[in-house]
Write a protein that binds this ligand. Structure first.
Ligand SMILES: Cc1ncc(COP(=O)(O)O)c(C=O)c1O
Length: 384
């Protein structure tokens, strides 16, 4: 039995975070705006290459919501969403009164299948007489989606892409950072992400005008009057200056975090390379540079979520945290009846896969323990 639990991905502070927080206290910027927020936005902007504008927000979910508002999504619209993802990718579509249309994944990246995307667009157009208003594309577990193919289809039908890069800060496709391809990009700084502000997110925008609009809606849509004048419905979605202080500190260790996640993934790849029927999701080619936010593993000969859960429980007894892959949204009871263009890929992944410890506190020795525990946990007769 391990003494120290091995977690999926714990928050890890670099050390400077408290200095920025202290500065906020010292200057009494204890509000959802201020110098830390401005600097954090600038840091992210530079990190993403300097061409995009960034708005720091209270959550990645808030960023998706504000992006949909900017894209004009309203009741009666349909919005295409990757099915294989966390519920936060789709919930804001519902907040807007629109209908999600789910699209399945392809097997190389586990992200949206370009072929099914085009099929969905054409079929929705045929059935409803209009095109979906937007496409919510996800870079799941940090793996970049097939951006050339997806963007070509989106451009062909002039549909805006909202890139959910909540899990993919630092991932690149053909050298370009995830979150900078679409009309909008979303980052999350939740406690378990590549960097954290405890809770928080950011919306990556194409222009200063868009950035201003997003800030307007994120601060209760207050008009420019001497008194409180409101002509639109707004939200209280800005990031606190205290949390942004954590974010500034985290930006100093972001590269180290990414390097560590990649190192851990390389260890898993090496360890499972010789094990038949077990595979670790890996960049399909040099075009894809995953941050490997969470390393994920597939068992070819398992075909039931119950077995995946049993493996998690068995690892749990050894103080190792593992988690089933996201349950595809088209299989979630709450989205029963929503249109879905699926070929069984994400359902199969859900029934065969796990997320395994990947974060900054996972040591080489931990990886060895995780590998050993997994090999011990899986139904042995199938593998040896
Ligand atoms: C794919 C994906 N999208 C969106 C979100 C939402 O981010 P947040 O938790 O910051 O609202 C998350 C994570 O929580 C996520 O994993």
């Amino acid at each position: 039995m391990n003494k120290k639990p091995i977690y999926l991905c714990l928050a890890h502070m670099g050390g400077k975070e408290q200095d920025f927080i202290q500065e906020a206290f010292d200057t009494n910027w204890v509000v959802p705006l201020g110098p830390n927020v401005n600097e954090f936005e600038q840091d992210i902007k530079s990190y993403l290459g300097g061409e995009k504008e960034v708005v720091a927000l209270s959550a990645g979910t808030a960023a998706i919501h504000l992006a949909l508002i900017q894209l004009g999504v309203t009741a009666g619209d349909e919005v295409i969403c990757q099915s294989f993802t966390f519920c936060a990718s789709v919930n804001p579509i519902i907040y807007q009164g629109a209908t999600p249309v789910f699209v399945d994944s392809e097997t190389d990246t586990w992200n949206m299948s370009p072929a099914l995307l085009e099929e969905a667009i054409l079929d929705r157009q045929a059935k409803t007489g209009k095109l979906p208003k937007a496409i919510v594309l996800v870079h799941l577990y940090g793996m970049p989606a097939k951006m050339d193919e997806i963007m070509a289809i989106a451009n062909k039908y002039a549909i805006a892409v909202l890139e959910d890069a909540a899990e993919a800060m630092g991932s690149c496709y053909k050298g370009k950072p995830c979150g900078t391809f679409g009309r909008f990009g979303v980052l999350s700084f939740n406690g378990n992400k590549m960097i954290t502000t405890s809770g928080g997110g950011a919306l990556v925008c194409a222009s200063p005008e868009q950035q201003q609009q997003v800030m307007f809606y994120a601060t209760q849509a207050r008009e420019n009057f001497a008194y409180y004048q409101h002509e639109k419905i707004g939200y209280n979605y800005r990031l606190s200056n205290i949390c942004a202080g954590i974010g500034r500190g985290q930006m100093l260790v972001l590269d180290a975090h990414i390097a560590h996640h990649r190192h851990v993934n390389a260890l898993y790849q090496a360890a499972f390379a010789g094990v038949e029927g077990v595979s670790v999701l890996t960049n399909p080619s040099a075009d894809f540079e995953s941050n490997y936010w969470l390393s994920t593993i597939l068992f070819d000969q398992i075909d039931s979520i119950d077995t995946c859960v049993a493996i998690c429980e068995s690892l749990g007894k050894k103080s190792i945290e593992a988690r089933p892959l996201w349950k595809p949204l088209h299989l979630q009871p709450v989205f029963d009846g929503a249109p879905a263009y699926v070929d069984g890929t994400s359902e199969r992944l859900f029934n065969q896969g796990l997320c395994i410890p990947s974060g900054p506190y996972v040591t080489d020795a931990d990886v060895a323990l995780v590998v050993e525990a997994i090999l011990f946990s899986i139904p042995l007769k199938n593998y040896f």
